[in-house]
Design a protein around this ligand. Sequence first.
Ligand code: FES
Length: 571
Amino acid sequence: MEENKLRSSNWFGRKGKDGFIYRAWMKNQGIPADMFEGKPVIGICNTWSELTPCNGHFRELAEAVKKGVLEAGGFPVEFPVMSLGETLIKPTAMLYRNLVSMDVEESIRANPVDGIVLLCGCDKTTPSLVMGACSVNIPTLVISGGPMLKGHWKGKDIGTSDVWRFDAASKLGQITNEEFVEAEACMARTQGHCAVMGTASTMAVMVEALGLSLPNNASIPAADARRKVLSQLSGRRIVEMVKEDLTLSKILTRQAFENAIKINAAIGGSTNFVIHLLAIAGRIGVDVNLQDCDTYSQGIPLLANIQPSGENYMEDLYYSGGLPALIKEMDAIIHKEALTVNGKTIGQNCATAEVYDRNVISTMQAPFKPESGIVVVKGNLAPDGAVIKPSAASSALLKHSGKAVVFENIEDYHARIDDDTLDIDATSIMVLKNVGPRGYPGMAEVGNMTLPKKLLEQGVTDMVRISDGRMSGTGFGTVVLHVSPEAAVGGVLGLVKNGDIIHLDVHARTLQLAVAEEELAVRRLAWIQTETIHPRGYVHLYQTHVEQAHLGADMDFLKGGSGSKVTRDSH
Ligand code: FES
């Protein structure tokens, strides 16, 4: 492609038969000839699906984007990619994150687009789209779908984090089945993604913190008319970005990633942040590692009082000033000069923001909680690291030693957890194996195992839990996740036996299995791989190429990018 020539002109600007074919088959959609004349073509990558309820309103958002693109003199084209509905997809949406990223990457590169708007919402729809776009690296802007409005049930505000409480209450007979079912509709009462600081909200914050969206993208509720305004303005802006050749790699610098880690700490973001951020960094080629996620969040307090670490909801964050107001509180510690998609720096975007409710956004000097961020613990049980979110944990358990109660896989856990004969008490440490990237496969969100019924009945509300899986961003508890290497590839986690003593010390950042190396060597020799590799299809590809959690669980051959050039023509 020549300098300053639109990428799409390699299709629509062609003379002769090729140009005829490229243009003619677009015209059957009712597109006038002048739409092809030197106008930036903006792809709107849509994850709308009735099987992704959190993204169910995306057709309306796409229409708003189109309006903006047309107003700015561009030519919008909407296209679908595989969508991942967190609540419905089995065995876990994470299994398909990398597949969607491939869909997105190839869809962008193969088509005549000059710029891309990514419509992201439910958890994995954000990282998968951003990862795919990074591997192409053309001007790209992200719009999130926005959170649901908070639910109301029996006079109380409710959100996704209450699902775990309802489950425990139902187990204990504290609520009836009718009440349980009634609460479903009361919680999910509007369009949008989970209303708490779960993974979807964390991802929306991440893209805004990275500079990939217009200000306030993270928290405007899905049902608020201003979500459509933001979409229309984003449509206008992406056309300008094409003219400026403002590609992803100019925004996704090391500084942007450091900002995102710090801001994730201040908002109490999901542990899933780590795995997705590392995967995105790997695609754009910025050297960010697991330790950075701990290092840059150290000393940053929890500023946002939002569930599951606090009490409020995403809409409250918006009414209190939004993410720009929270970022402004962090003025002294972020890289204010980091560029964002609107052509301004993050510092400029937040300069005039104000906090309207200190109960929702606190100050660095008087934070909502002094401890936040993601802590990386290491030791013989997790030589490459494991993560824990202290703000969602019980402070009394942050330093704890206990006897392991081991579940070989999630089926074993379900079969025995409520067995009255299970030898477990409140000081035990629950260990779940084979739920990692390769073992599950897909690294399921099962790490915050519900406690045994008999302990719930005794009033126990938290225990240390350790696994190679993930936890829903809406979950809470003293839960050590992403143990790397995972059990299924021969990690020490796979060698833990019932009764072994485990020492967790979050402040010292250690996770140690008190078993002598000689004994571990004996167990290693006797270890048998129990999880099988699927013989065919995508799952086979995934299992044979997925990397470990501490590297972002991307597939080894997807790291980096291939740019936007298409080297061969078929016409
Ligand atoms: Fe889609 Fe929570 S289920 S964001």
